[in-house]
Design a protein around this ligand. Structure first.
Ligand code: NAD
Ligand code: IPM
Ligand code: MN
Length: 349
Protein backbone atom coordinates (compact mmCIF):
# COMPACT_ATOMS: atom_id res chain seq x y z
CA UNK A 1 0.00 0.00 0.00
CA UNK A 2 1.76 3.21 -1.15
CA UNK A 3 1.94 6.00 1.43
CA UNK A 4 1.36 9.46 -0.03
CA UNK A 5 2.10 12.55 2.02
CA UNK A 6 -0.35 15.28 0.97
CA UNK A 7 0.39 18.96 1.48
CA UNK A 8 -2.69 21.07 0.60
CA UNK A 9 -0.99 24.35 1.55
CA UNK A 10 -2.76 27.67 1.08
CA UNK A 11 -5.21 29.60 -1.10
CA UNK A 12 -6.71 27.33 -3.77
CA UNK A 13 -4.36 24.55 -2.53
CA UNK A 14 -6.95 22.74 -0.36
CA UNK A 15 -9.62 23.31 -3.07
CA UNK A 16 -7.62 21.35 -5.65
CA UNK A 17 -6.16 18.78 -3.23
CA UNK A 18 -9.63 17.52 -2.33
CA UNK A 19 -10.51 16.59 -5.95
CA UNK A 20 -7.04 15.06 -6.38
CA UNK A 21 -7.75 12.73 -3.47
CA UNK A 22 -11.14 11.85 -5.01
CA UNK A 23 -9.32 11.03 -8.22
CA UNK A 24 -6.80 8.83 -6.42
CA UNK A 25 -9.52 7.02 -4.47
CA UNK A 26 -11.26 6.30 -7.78
CA UNK A 27 -8.05 4.74 -9.09
CA UNK A 28 -7.30 2.59 -6.06
CA UNK A 29 -8.55 2.00 -2.53
CA UNK A 30 -5.05 0.99 -1.60
CA UNK A 31 -3.46 4.37 -0.86
CA UNK A 32 -2.52 5.49 2.60
CA UNK A 33 -2.76 9.30 2.78
CA UNK A 34 -0.99 11.36 5.40
CA UNK A 35 -1.87 15.06 5.37
CA UNK A 36 0.36 17.76 6.85
CA UNK A 37 -0.06 21.51 7.24
CA UNK A 38 2.48 23.24 5.00
CA UNK A 39 3.39 26.77 3.92
CA UNK A 40 1.29 29.58 5.38
CA UNK A 41 -0.99 27.08 7.10
CA UNK A 42 2.03 25.67 8.98
CA UNK A 43 3.30 29.16 9.84
CA UNK A 44 -0.05 29.87 11.49
CA UNK A 45 0.05 26.63 13.46
CA UNK A 46 3.75 26.19 14.23
CA UNK A 47 5.55 29.38 13.25
CA UNK A 48 7.48 27.69 10.42
CA UNK A 49 6.46 26.72 6.88
CA UNK A 50 8.00 23.24 7.05
CA UNK A 51 8.26 21.45 10.38
CA UNK A 52 10.90 18.77 11.06
CA UNK A 53 8.06 16.30 11.48
CA UNK A 54 6.61 17.05 8.05
CA UNK A 55 10.02 16.77 6.38
CA UNK A 56 10.63 13.44 8.13
CA UNK A 57 7.19 12.18 7.01
CA UNK A 58 7.95 13.19 3.42
CA UNK A 59 11.27 11.32 3.51
CA UNK A 60 9.44 8.15 4.61
CA UNK A 61 6.66 8.43 2.02
CA UNK A 62 6.46 6.74 -1.38
CA UNK A 63 5.55 10.09 -2.95
CA UNK A 64 4.68 13.64 -1.90
CA UNK A 65 1.73 15.46 -3.45
CA UNK A 66 1.64 19.23 -2.99
CA UNK A 67 -1.00 21.74 -4.09
CA UNK A 68 0.30 25.32 -3.57
CA UNK A 69 1.57 27.67 -0.89
CA UNK A 70 1.62 31.41 -0.26
CA UNK A 71 -0.72 34.33 0.08
CA UNK A 72 -0.88 38.03 0.88
CA UNK A 73 -1.38 37.42 4.61
CA UNK A 74 2.15 36.04 4.82
CA UNK A 75 3.80 38.40 2.34
CA UNK A 76 6.46 40.50 3.98
CA UNK A 77 9.72 42.21 3.03
CA UNK A 78 11.19 41.50 6.48
CA UNK A 79 14.13 39.12 5.87
CA UNK A 80 13.67 37.55 9.31
CA UNK A 81 9.95 36.76 9.06
CA UNK A 82 8.87 33.23 8.07
CA UNK A 83 7.54 32.84 4.52
CA UNK A 84 5.36 30.04 3.05
CA UNK A 85 7.74 29.68 0.10
CA UNK A 86 10.57 28.72 2.50
CA UNK A 87 8.63 25.51 3.07
CA UNK A 88 8.72 24.67 -0.60
CA UNK A 89 12.42 25.46 -0.96
CA UNK A 90 13.21 23.56 2.24
CA UNK A 91 11.32 20.52 1.00
CA UNK A 92 13.03 20.52 -2.41
CA UNK A 93 16.44 20.87 -0.79
CA UNK A 94 15.67 18.52 2.08
CA UNK A 95 14.57 15.76 -0.31
CA UNK A 96 17.43 16.45 -2.77
CA UNK A 97 14.98 17.08 -5.63
CA UNK A 98 17.34 18.66 -8.13
CA UNK A 99 15.42 17.85 -11.31
CA UNK A 100 12.12 19.58 -11.98
CA UNK A 101 10.27 18.29 -15.04
CA UNK A 102 7.59 20.55 -16.48
CA UNK A 103 5.95 19.03 -19.57
CA UNK A 104 4.17 21.50 -21.85
CA UNK A 105 1.88 19.61 -24.21
CA UNK A 106 -0.94 21.79 -25.52
CA UNK A 107 -3.96 19.62 -26.41
CA UNK A 108 -5.78 20.37 -29.67
CA UNK A 109 -9.05 21.00 -27.79
CA UNK A 110 -7.39 23.99 -26.09
CA UNK A 111 -5.51 25.50 -29.05
CA UNK A 112 -8.10 28.26 -29.20
CA UNK A 113 -7.91 28.88 -25.43
CA UNK A 114 -4.35 30.19 -25.79
CA UNK A 115 -3.75 33.86 -26.59
CA UNK A 116 -1.36 32.61 -29.29
CA UNK A 117 -2.59 31.79 -32.77
CA UNK A 118 -3.43 28.12 -33.28
CA UNK A 119 -0.88 27.72 -36.10
CA UNK A 120 1.94 28.78 -33.76
CA UNK A 121 1.00 26.25 -31.10
CA UNK A 122 0.16 23.27 -33.31
CA UNK A 123 2.60 20.41 -32.83
CA UNK A 124 4.14 21.85 -29.67
CA UNK A 125 5.27 19.21 -27.19
CA UNK A 126 8.15 20.36 -25.02
CA UNK A 127 9.67 19.54 -21.66
CA UNK A 128 11.30 22.10 -19.41
CA UNK A 129 13.99 20.48 -17.26
CA UNK A 130 14.61 23.00 -14.52
CA UNK A 131 17.52 22.70 -12.08
CA UNK A 132 15.79 22.99 -8.70
CA UNK A 133 18.20 22.99 -5.78
CA UNK A 134 20.96 25.38 -6.83
CA UNK A 135 21.61 28.81 -8.26
CA UNK A 136 20.42 32.15 -6.95
CA UNK A 137 17.57 30.55 -5.00
CA UNK A 138 19.96 28.95 -2.54
CA UNK A 139 23.06 31.19 -2.54
CA UNK A 140 23.96 33.44 0.35
CA UNK A 141 21.63 36.40 0.85
CA UNK A 142 22.65 39.66 2.47
CA UNK A 143 20.76 42.76 3.44
CA UNK A 144 21.91 46.01 4.99
CA UNK A 145 20.13 49.34 5.20
CA UNK A 146 21.78 50.47 1.95
CA UNK A 147 22.15 47.31 -0.16
CA UNK A 148 21.12 43.70 -0.68
CA UNK A 149 22.56 40.71 -2.57
CA UNK A 150 21.72 37.16 -3.70
CA UNK A 151 24.61 34.92 -4.67
CA UNK A 152 24.20 32.69 -7.75
CA UNK A 153 26.45 29.64 -7.50
CA UNK A 154 26.60 26.34 -9.40
CA UNK A 155 29.02 23.46 -9.01
CA UNK A 156 30.18 21.36 -11.97
CA UNK A 157 28.48 18.33 -10.41
CA UNK A 158 25.14 20.12 -10.15
CA UNK A 159 25.24 21.04 -13.84
CA UNK A 160 26.50 17.61 -14.86
CA UNK A 161 23.62 15.74 -13.18
CA UNK A 162 20.84 17.98 -14.52
CA UNK A 163 22.35 17.81 -18.03
CA UNK A 164 22.17 14.01 -17.87
CA UNK A 165 18.51 14.15 -16.85
CA UNK A 166 17.79 16.37 -19.86
CA UNK A 167 19.73 14.23 -22.36
CA UNK A 168 18.17 11.02 -21.04
CA UNK A 169 14.71 12.58 -21.38
CA UNK A 170 15.49 13.75 -24.92
CA UNK A 171 16.49 10.21 -25.86
CA UNK A 172 12.92 9.05 -25.19
CA UNK A 173 11.52 12.00 -27.18
CA UNK A 174 12.62 13.88 -30.34
CA UNK A 175 16.33 13.84 -29.37
CA UNK A 176 16.80 17.61 -29.17
CA UNK A 177 18.08 19.62 -26.21
CA UNK A 178 18.17 23.41 -25.98
CA UNK A 179 20.46 24.42 -23.13
CA UNK A 180 19.36 27.86 -22.00
CA UNK A 181 21.79 30.23 -20.31
CA UNK A 182 23.09 33.78 -20.24
CA UNK A 183 26.69 32.91 -21.17
CA UNK A 184 27.25 36.32 -22.76
CA UNK A 185 27.12 37.86 -19.27
CA UNK A 186 27.17 35.34 -16.41
CA UNK A 187 30.14 33.27 -15.24
CA UNK A 188 27.79 30.56 -13.92
CA UNK A 189 26.31 30.34 -17.43
CA UNK A 190 29.72 30.04 -19.11
CA UNK A 191 30.60 27.12 -16.88
CA UNK A 192 27.09 25.67 -17.36
CA UNK A 193 27.62 25.73 -21.12
CA UNK A 194 31.05 24.06 -20.89
CA UNK A 195 29.79 21.29 -18.63
CA UNK A 196 26.68 20.61 -20.75
CA UNK A 197 28.93 20.21 -23.81
CA UNK A 198 31.34 17.89 -22.00
CA UNK A 199 28.45 15.64 -20.94
CA UNK A 200 27.01 15.77 -24.46
CA UNK A 201 30.29 14.82 -26.09
CA UNK A 202 31.02 12.01 -23.67
CA UNK A 203 27.71 10.15 -23.80
CA UNK A 204 25.02 11.79 -25.89
CA UNK A 205 26.22 12.21 -29.46
CA UNK A 206 22.83 11.02 -30.73
CA UNK A 207 21.17 14.13 -29.25
CA UNK A 208 21.13 17.46 -31.12
CA UNK A 209 22.32 20.09 -28.64
CA UNK A 210 21.92 23.84 -29.13
CA UNK A 211 22.76 26.70 -26.79
CA UNK A 212 20.12 29.40 -26.54
CA UNK A 213 20.48 32.66 -24.63
CA UNK A 214 17.62 33.05 -22.16
CA UNK A 215 16.26 36.31 -23.57
CA UNK A 216 16.13 34.81 -27.05
CA UNK A 217 14.53 31.65 -25.63
CA UNK A 218 11.75 33.72 -24.07
CA UNK A 219 11.04 35.15 -27.51
CA UNK A 220 11.37 31.82 -29.40
CA UNK A 221 8.87 30.18 -27.03
CA UNK A 222 6.24 32.52 -28.45
CA UNK A 223 7.53 32.66 -32.04
CA UNK A 224 8.32 28.98 -32.69
CA UNK A 225 7.32 26.86 -29.69
CA UNK A 226 6.98 23.64 -31.72
CA UNK A 227 10.72 23.74 -32.55
CA UNK A 228 11.60 22.93 -28.92
CA UNK A 229 11.87 19.42 -27.53
CA UNK A 230 13.77 19.48 -24.20
CA UNK A 231 14.78 22.79 -22.62
CA UNK A 232 17.33 22.46 -19.83
CA UNK A 233 18.10 25.46 -17.70
CA UNK A 234 19.04 26.80 -14.29
CA UNK A 235 16.64 27.39 -11.42
CA UNK A 236 15.49 31.00 -11.93
CA UNK A 237 15.37 30.90 -15.75
CA UNK A 238 13.35 27.68 -15.56
CA UNK A 239 10.87 29.25 -13.16
CA UNK A 240 10.19 32.15 -15.47
CA UNK A 241 10.24 30.29 -18.79
CA UNK A 242 7.85 27.62 -17.57
CA UNK A 243 5.15 30.13 -16.58
CA UNK A 244 5.56 31.69 -20.02
CA UNK A 245 5.33 28.28 -21.71
CA UNK A 246 2.17 27.52 -19.71
CA UNK A 247 0.24 29.96 -21.87
CA UNK A 248 0.84 27.68 -24.86
CA UNK A 249 -1.54 25.24 -23.14
CA UNK A 250 -4.14 27.96 -22.56
CA UNK A 251 -3.59 28.49 -18.83
CA UNK A 252 -1.14 28.14 -15.98
CA UNK A 253 -3.93 26.02 -14.51
CA UNK A 254 -2.96 23.23 -16.94
CA UNK A 255 0.74 22.72 -16.14
CA UNK A 256 1.92 19.88 -13.88
CA UNK A 257 5.39 19.16 -12.54
CA UNK A 258 7.50 16.37 -11.10
CA UNK A 259 10.52 17.06 -8.91
CA UNK A 260 12.91 14.16 -8.70
CA UNK A 261 16.16 13.35 -6.94
CA UNK A 262 18.43 10.34 -7.12
CA UNK A 263 15.37 8.13 -6.68
CA UNK A 264 14.34 5.40 -4.33
CA UNK A 265 16.67 2.86 -5.92
CA UNK A 266 19.66 4.43 -4.21
CA UNK A 267 19.37 6.04 -0.80
CA UNK A 268 17.31 8.76 -2.44
CA UNK A 269 14.09 10.46 -1.47
CA UNK A 270 10.61 10.16 -2.95
CA UNK A 271 9.51 12.53 -5.69
CA UNK A 272 7.42 15.64 -5.16
CA UNK A 273 4.50 16.29 -7.51
CA UNK A 274 2.79 19.65 -7.78
CA UNK A 275 1.17 22.02 -10.26
CA UNK A 276 3.40 24.79 -11.62
CA UNK A 277 0.93 27.47 -10.56
CA UNK A 278 0.68 29.08 -7.13
CA UNK A 279 -2.05 29.53 -4.54
CA UNK A 280 -4.03 31.99 -6.74
CA UNK A 281 -5.14 34.24 -3.86
CA UNK A 282 -7.26 36.29 -6.28
CA UNK A 283 -9.70 33.39 -6.83
CA UNK A 284 -9.22 31.40 -3.58
CA UNK A 285 -12.50 30.52 -1.90
CA UNK A 286 -14.63 31.12 -4.99
CA UNK A 287 -14.70 27.49 -6.18
CA UNK A 288 -13.49 28.24 -9.71
CA UNK A 289 -9.88 27.02 -9.57
CA UNK A 290 -8.89 24.76 -12.46
CA UNK A 291 -7.99 21.37 -10.93
CA UNK A 292 -6.44 19.96 -14.13
CA UNK A 293 -2.80 20.90 -13.40
CA UNK A 294 -3.28 19.09 -10.10
CA UNK A 295 -4.81 16.04 -11.82
CA UNK A 296 -1.96 15.95 -14.34
CA UNK A 297 0.49 16.19 -11.40
CA UNK A 298 -1.26 13.16 -9.92
CA UNK A 299 -0.63 11.41 -13.26
CA UNK A 300 3.07 12.28 -13.04
CA UNK A 301 3.10 10.96 -9.47
CA UNK A 302 1.53 7.69 -10.59
CA UNK A 303 4.05 7.33 -13.43
CA UNK A 304 7.31 8.71 -12.04
CA UNK A 305 6.68 8.25 -8.33
CA UNK A 306 4.97 4.88 -8.18
CA UNK A 307 5.66 3.32 -11.58
CA UNK A 308 1.92 2.98 -12.30
CA UNK A 309 2.09 3.73 -16.03
CA UNK A 310 -1.35 2.53 -17.09
CA UNK A 311 -3.11 4.44 -14.29
CA UNK A 312 -1.14 7.57 -15.18
CA UNK A 313 -2.12 7.26 -18.83
CA UNK A 314 -5.76 6.71 -17.81
CA UNK A 315 -5.80 10.00 -15.86
CA UNK A 316 -4.22 11.91 -18.75
CA UNK A 317 -6.62 10.45 -21.24
CA UNK A 318 -9.63 11.23 -18.98
CA UNK A 319 -8.46 14.87 -18.81
CA UNK A 320 -8.05 14.98 -22.60
CA UNK A 321 -11.48 13.48 -23.21
CA UNK A 322 -13.19 15.84 -20.76
CA UNK A 323 -11.60 18.77 -22.61
CA UNK A 324 -12.61 17.28 -25.98
CA UNK A 325 -16.17 17.07 -24.65
CA UNK A 326 -16.07 20.80 -23.94
CA UNK A 327 -14.92 21.14 -20.33
CA UNK A 328 -13.63 24.71 -19.74
CA UNK A 329 -12.95 26.31 -16.38
CA UNK A 330 -12.92 30.10 -16.14
CA UNK A 331 -9.18 30.46 -16.78
CA UNK A 332 -9.79 28.62 -20.08
CA UNK A 333 -12.60 30.95 -21.09
CA UNK A 334 -15.46 28.80 -19.78
CA UNK A 335 -17.68 28.67 -16.73
CA UNK A 336 -17.10 25.23 -15.18
CA UNK A 337 -16.43 25.28 -11.45
CA UNK A 338 -13.78 23.16 -9.72
CA UNK A 339 -16.49 20.69 -8.71
CA UNK A 340 -17.91 20.46 -12.25
CA UNK A 341 -14.44 20.00 -13.75
CA UNK A 342 -13.73 17.26 -11.24
CA UNK A 343 -16.99 15.48 -12.05
CA UNK A 344 -16.26 15.70 -15.79
CA UNK A 345 -12.84 14.06 -15.40
CA UNK A 346 -14.04 11.42 -12.93
CA UNK A 347 -16.90 10.50 -15.29
CA UNK A 348 -14.42 9.99 -18.14
CA UNK A 349 -12.17 7.95 -15.87
P1 NAD B 1 -0.35 32.13 -9.19
O1 NAD B 1 0.11 31.05 -10.07
O2 NAD B 1 -0.87 31.74 -7.86
O3 NAD B 1 -1.51 32.97 -9.93
C1 NAD B 1 -1.26 33.69 -11.13
C2 NAD B 1 -2.59 33.88 -11.88
O4 NAD B 1 -3.01 32.62 -12.41
C3 NAD B 1 -3.72 34.36 -10.98
O5 NAD B 1 -4.56 35.23 -11.70
C4 NAD B 1 -4.48 33.08 -10.65
O6 NAD B 1 -5.84 33.25 -10.38
C5 NAD B 1 -4.26 32.25 -11.91
N1 NAD B 1 -4.25 30.82 -11.58
C6 NAD B 1 -3.23 30.12 -11.03
N2 NAD B 1 -3.58 28.85 -10.84
C7 NAD B 1 -4.84 28.71 -11.29
C8 NAD B 1 -5.76 27.62 -11.38
N3 NAD B 1 -5.44 26.39 -10.96
N4 NAD B 1 -6.99 27.86 -11.89
C9 NAD B 1 -7.34 29.09 -12.33
N5 NAD B 1 -6.50 30.16 -12.29
C10 NAD B 1 -5.28 29.97 -11.77
O7 NAD B 1 0.86 33.16 -9.05
P2 NAD B 1 1.01 34.47 -8.10
O8 NAD B 1 -0.30 35.17 -8.00
O9 NAD B 1 2.18 35.17 -8.59
O10 NAD B 1 1.37 33.86 -6.69
C11 NAD B 1 0.45 33.71 -5.63
C12 NAD B 1 1.14 33.03 -4.46
O11 NAD B 1 1.47 31.69 -4.83
C13 NAD B 1 2.45 33.70 -4.05
O12 NAD B 1 2.50 33.69 -2.64
C14 NAD B 1 3.52 32.80 -4.62
O13 NAD B 1 4.72 32.82 -3.90
C15 NAD B 1 2.86 31.47 -4.54
N6 NAD B 1 3.33 30.46 -5.49
C16 NAD B 1 3.40 29.18 -5.01
C17 NAD B 1 3.76 28.15 -5.88
C18 NAD B 1 3.77 26.77 -5.34
O14 NAD B 1 3.26 26.51 -4.26
N7 NAD B 1 4.33 25.82 -6.04
C19 NAD B 1 4.03 28.42 -7.21
C20 NAD B 1 3.94 29.75 -7.67
C21 NAD B 1 3.58 30.75 -6.80
C1 IPM C 1 7.38 27.48 -8.60
C2 IPM C 1 7.19 28.66 -7.67
C3 IPM C 1 8.28 28.65 -6.60
C4 IPM C 1 9.63 28.83 -7.30
C5 IPM C 1 8.12 29.70 -5.50
C6 IPM C 1 6.75 29.67 -4.88
C7 IPM C 1 9.16 29.54 -4.44
O1 IPM C 1 7.17 29.85 -8.37
O2 IPM C 1 7.35 26.34 -8.14
O3 IPM C 1 7.54 27.70 -9.81
O4 IPM C 1 10.04 29.96 -7.58
O5 IPM C 1 10.27 27.82 -7.55
MN1 MN D 1 7.11 29.58 -10.52
Amino acid sequence: MPTIVTLPGDGIGPEIMKPALELLRTISEDFSFEEHAFGGAAIDLYGVALTDETLAACKQADAVLLAAVGGPQWDTTDPDAPRPEQGLLGLRKGLGLFANLRPVRPVPALYDASPLKRERIEGTDLLVVRELTGGIYFGEKTRTARSASDLCEYSVDEVDRIARVAFDAARTRRKKVASVDKANVLETSRQWREVVHIVHKAKYNDIALTDVLVDNCAMQLIARPSEFDVIVTENLFGDILSDEAAMLTGSIGMLPSASLGEGRAGSGSPGLFEPVHGSAPDIAGTGVANPLAMFLSVALMLRNGLGWESEAAAVESAVDRALDAGLRTRDLGGAATTAEATRAVLDEL
